[in-house]
Design a binder for this molecule. Structure first.
Ligand code: PLP
Length: 464
C-alpha cells in the first residue's frame, strides 16, 4: 500500500480518545496529557510511515489505543522514585546517599505541612537566626565556637574560601587536590571562589618546610583536605594536622580542614578505617572544619561549617551565604538527626546508615539463606544462591575498607545479566542490583530488613 493510503487509514484523535483503552485515562491522568500523548504518538507514526512505508502497516484501532495508553502511563511514572539499593554501596551518590532517620522524616513532614519558626524567636517575637535550630547542637557535639549550614560541602568550601581568601593564596598539598565523583574538584571550586590555589609538595610527599617556604605576604590560609576516596601509600609523607595547625598559627593564618564525610562518632567501632571526626579536628585547633551532612553523619544533603566565631560570622555575612542557604526542611532533618547523636547508642540504633553498617554478618547470612529459595522459586529466576562478598561505604568514604556482607547471586531464566538488571530496575518497585564478574548480586548490606518482602515481590512480578 502507498504511504499516502496508509496515512489516510490512521484513526483521528477524537476516535482514539473515545476508545475504551484511552477513555478511562482521561479521568485518571488528565485530558491534556492524554490528548498530547495521542498526538505525539500519531505524529511519530506518520513520520515513520512517510520514511519507511514499505514494511509498515497500521494496527487495528484497539491495539493502537492500547499502545498509546501504555506509552502515556510509562511517561506518568515519576523519574524520581524510591528504590531498593541492593548495590551494597551504602552512600551511593546516584541513589541519594544516606536515607534519613524516622525522627528526621517526621520533623520534615511537620515543617513541610505548616508554616515554621524558621527565623522567629517564639519567646520574644523578635526575628531570630536561621541557624538557631542547629547551631547549639553542632556546637555541643563538636566543641566548635560557631556553626553555619549551607547547601552541601562543595558550597561550604566555596563560601569559606570566598569569605576568607578572595584574591589571596590558599596553600594545599599536591597530594590532597581531590576530585569527588567527577563534578567536584577542589582546584575548580577554589578558582570559582576567587581564591588562588598555591600547590606545594609533590603527589606523594609533602613536608612541613614546603608549607613554611610557601607562606608569604599574600597567603590567606592553609588548607587540609581529607583524601576521602583514595590513599597515597608506599614512599609517601604527609604533614600531620597538628603540625599544619602549628605552622598556620605561627604565621597568624587560619587552617581550614575539609574532613569530607563528617563523621561525628568513631567509625573504627564499625570495623571501618578511622575517618577524621569534626570534634577531633576542632580539638586539635583547626580554625574552620568543613563536612557533608549526607555522608557518614547520615543526615540530609547539606554542608556544615564549624569553627571560630569571628571567621564563621564573616561567612554568614558574605552574599554567597544567602545563595547557598538551606530551607526549613533541611534544617528540620539535620536538627532531628543531630539530636539523635546526643546519645551515641541511640544514634547507632536510629540512624539508617549506622543501622546498616552495624548489622552483623550472621544476620545478613541468615537473611540471604532465607531469601535465596524464595527467589529461586520465581519464574524469572533459574538459580539463586547465598554468597559471601564485600560491600563498600561509597560516597567518597573509607575507600580502602571492604565491609563483609552476604548477597543473593541470581541467574535469570532466559534473561542475561543485563536484561535481568534492567527488568529489576524498571519494575514497580525499582531494585538496583550489583553486577560483578558477570553475576547479578543482591547485596543485603544496603537493603533494610523491611524491604526483604518487597525484594521477593519485585522478582515475582517479573514473570517469566
Ligand atoms: C564529598 C566531599 C566533598 C563534596 O561534598 P558534597 O557534600 O558532595 O558537596 C568535598 N570534599 C571532600 C573531602 C569530600 O569527601
Amino acid at each position: 500500500m502507498k504511504s499516502s493510503d496508509l496515512l489516510r487509514k490512521i484513526p483521528s484523535v477524537t476516535e482514539l480518545l473515545e476508545s475504551p483503552q484511552l477513555q478511562p485515562l482521561v479521568d485518571r491522568v488528565s485530558h491534556n496529557v492524554v490528548v498530547d500523548g495521542v498526538r505525539t504518538f500519531l505524529d511519530d507514526m506518520r513520520h515513520e510511515l512517510q520514511h519507511k512505508a514499505a514494511d509498515l502497516n497500521i494496527p487495528p484501532m484497539s491495539e493502537l489505543a492500547e499502545r498509546i495508553a501504555r506509552r502515556i502511563l510509562q511517561g506518568e511514572k515519576a523519574p524520581l522514585r524510591p528504590v531498593i539499593n541492593a548495590t551494597g554501596i551504602l552512600l551511593h551518590t546516584g541513589l541519594g546517599r544516606a536515607p534519613l532517620a524516622e525522627a528526621a522524616i517526621e520533623e520534615m513532614v511537620a515543617m513541610a505541612r505548616d508554616y515554621a519558626s524558621v527565623e522567629l524567636d517564639l519567646e520574644t517575637g523578635a526575628r531570630s537566626h536561621r541557624m538557631a535550630a542547629v547551631e547549639p547542637l553542632l556546637r555541643s557535639l563538636t566543641g566548635a565556637e560557631a556553626a553555619l549550614v549551607v547547601n552541601n560541602n562543595a558550597g561550604a568550601t566555596l563560601l569559606a574560601l570566598a569569605a576568607l581568601a578572595t584574591g589571596r593564596e590558599v596553600i594545599v598539598s599536591r597530594g590532597q587536590l581531590v576530585e569527588i565523583g567527577g563534578s567536584y574538584r577542589l582546584p575548580d571550586v577554589m578558582a570559582a571562589s576567587g581564591a588562588i590555589l598555591r600547590e606545594i609538595g609533590t603527589t606523594n610527599k609533602t613536608h612541613a618546610h614546603d608549607f613554611t617556604d610557601a607562606i608569604g605576604e599574600n597567603t590567606a590560609a592553609l588548607m587540609r583536605v581529607h583524601t576521602s576516596n583514595y590513599r597515597i601509600v608506599g614512599f609517601s609523607a604527609e604533614v600531620p594536622l597538628a603540625e599544619m595547625i602549628r605552622i598556620a598559627h605561627q604565621h597568624d593564618l587560619p587552617l581550614i580542614d575539609d574532613i569530607g564525610s563528617g563523621a561525628l562518632i568513631d567509625f573504627a567501632a564499625f570495623g571501618c578505617d578511622r575517618e577524621p571526626t569534626a570534634s577531633a579536628s576542632i580539638r586539635e585547633g583547626a580554625d574552620i572544619v568543613l563536612h557533608s551532612g549526607d555522608k557518614l553523619l547520615g543526615g540530609p544533603q547539606c554542608g556544615v561549617i564549624l569553627g571560630r566565631r569571628e571567621l564563621v560570622e564573616r561567612m554568614t555575612r558574605h552574599p554567597l551565604a544567602r545563595a547557598l542557604r538551606v530551607d526549613k526542611l533541611t534544617l528540620a532533618a539535620l536538627s532531628a538527626t543531630l539530636r539523635l547523636y546526643r546519645d551515641e547508642k541511640r544514634a547507632v540504633r536510629d540512624i539508617p546508615l549506622l543501622q546498616l553498617l552495624s548489622t552483623s554478618v550472621e544476620n545478613l547470612q541468615n537473611r540471604a539463606e532465607r531469601l535465596a529459595p524464595q527467589l529461586a522459586a520465581c519464574d524469572a529466576i533459574e538459580s539463586a544462591e547465598p554468597v559471601e562478598d564485600v560491600s563498600q561505604l561509597g560516597g567518597g568514604s573509607a575507600p580502602m575498607h571492604d565491609i563483609s556482607t552476604w548477597c543473593v547471586a541470581l541467574r535469570g531464566a532466559g534473561r542475561n545479566v543485563d536484561d535481568l538488571s534492567r527488568a529489576l530496575r524498571t519494575g514497580s518497585v525499582p531494585v538496583i542490583p550489583r553486577v560483578a564478574h558477570d553475576r547479578l548480586l543482591l547485596d543485603l548490606r544496603s537493603v533494610f530488613p523491611r524491604q526483604d518482602r518487597q525484594l521477593v515481590e519485585a522478582v515475582e512480578s517479573l514473570g517469566s
